[in-house]
Ligand binder design. Structure first.
Ligand code: CA
Ligand code: CA
Length: 294
C-alpha cells in the first residue's frame, strides 16, 4: 500500500502545489498526518497563546488522481484512522465560540489509557471517536486549510470517520486531495475551537465518479446520506444551502417532488452542526437510508 509521510503537507488547498503522490482511481493511500497544531504542544504547561498560528492545520498531500477533471467527483472512502496515543485540547485566545467570556489560554494534554479511553482528570473518561477535521481538494483559488467551502477543507464534521465516503467536487486536473486535523474525539459544534487534536495514520481509498457532478461535499455513511455546507455568513445561511442541496439530491436520486423531499427531511432527517468556530461555519443535513424501501 502507498504511504505519504507528514513531511508532505501544506497550509492551503491550492492548484499551485506540486503533487506529492500520483495514483490511479481506486487506489488506497495511508496518510501520515500532523496534529492541527503541528506538534507544538506536548504538556499542560505549553501555553496555547505561544502557538505559531502560521503553522497550524496542515493537510498531508496533495495527491494527484490520474484522470480526474473539473466536473468529476472524487470519492474518499475512510478505511481506517489510527490516532497517536496522545492529543491536546486548547483554548487559544482569539478563537472559540465564547472567546469573549472564556478567552484562555488553556491547554490540556490527554494520554491514551490501557483501557482504550482518555481521562480528563479523575472524574471524566472519554471513549475515542476518531474523526477527520480537514479533508478536501484544490479549489480554483487557493484557500487556507483553516477554512472550508465547496472544496471541503476544515469541515470538522464528526461523521467523517471510518466507514464514511466523502464525495468532493473536482475543480482542477488531478483533484489534488489533502487530509489532516484528526481528532481523537470531538463534539458537534467544536465550541472551544478544538477537539482532542492528534496526529494520525489515515487510510483512504480514492476513487473517481465521472458520471456524477456535485457542487459541494456530500457524505455517505453506512446508515445515512448527508449534504455539507459552509458559510462565512453564519449558521442560517449554511443550513439553507445544505437543505437545498439535500432536496435537490432527493429529487434527482429518489424521484421526489421538492415538497416531498422538504417534508421527508423535516420528518426523518436531521440538521446537525459541524463547527461554529472556524472562519466559515459548517452544517450538515442527514437523511437515514433505512426509510427508502425501494
Ligand atoms: Ca479543524
Ligand atoms: Ca482540529
Amino acid at each position: 500500500m502507498m504511504r505519504l509521510s507528514k513531511e508532505n503537507s501544506t497550509y492551503t488547498f491550492s492548484a499551485e502545489h506540486p503533487p506529492a503522490l500520483r495514483i490511479r482511481p481506486g487506489e488506497t493511500v495511508v496518510f501520515e498526518t500532523w496534529d492541527a497544531i503541528d506538534d507544538q504542544i506536548h504538556s499542560d504547561e505549553d501555553s496555547a497563546s505561544k502557538i505559531d498560528l502560521s503553522h497550524v492545520n496542515a493537510a498531508t498531500g496533495p495527491v494527484y488522481v490520474e484522470g480526474a477533471k473539473p466536473g468529476d467527483t472524487l470519492v474518499a472512502e475512510i478505511l481506517d484512522i489510527q490516532p497517536w496515543n496522545w492529543g491536546a485540547a486548547l483554548i487559544i485566545p482569539g478563537f472559540g465560540f465564547l472567546q469573549d467570556t472564556i478567552p484562555g489560554p488553556y491547554t490540556k494534554v490527554f494520554q491514551l489509557e490501557p483501557d482504550g479511553t482518555m481521562r480528563f482528570g479523575d472524574k471524566i473518561r472519554l471513549p475515542l471517536k476518531p474523526m477527520i477535521g480537514t479533508i478536501g481538494v484544490a479549489p480554483l483559488e487557493a484557500i487556507t486549510t483553516l477554512s472550508s467551502g465547496p472544496h471541503g477543507g476544515n469541515l470538522d464534521t464528526t461523521d467523517i470517520k471510518v466507514g464514511c465516503k466523502v464525495y468532493l467536487p473536482v475543480f482542477v486536473e488531478g483533484a489534488l486531495f489533502g487530509v489532516g486535523d484528526v481528532h481523537a474525539t470531538m463534539g458537534d459544534g467544536e465550541v472551544c475551537g478544538t477537539g482532542i487534536e492528534c496526529g494520525a495514520e489515515v487510510t483512504i481509498r480514492l476513487d473517481l465518479r465521472q458520471d456524477l457532478s456535485i457542487q459541494r461535499p456530500r457524505l455517505e455513511s453506512p446508515t445515512e446520506i448527508m449534504t455539507i455546507a459552509s458559510s462565512e455568513e453564519g449558521l442560517e445561511a449554511a443550513i439553507r444551502i445544505a437543505l437545498q442541496d439535500m432536496i435537490e439530491w432527493l429529487q434527482q436520486d429518489k424521484g421526489l417532488s421538492p415538497e416531498e423531499a422538504y417534508v421527508l427531511v423535516s420528518i426523518a432527517g436531521d440538521v446537525r452542526i459541524g463547527q461554529i468556530v472556524d472562519p466559515a461555519v459548517t452544517v450538515r443535513v442527514a437523511v437515514p437510508k433505512a426509510v427508502f424501501v425501494a
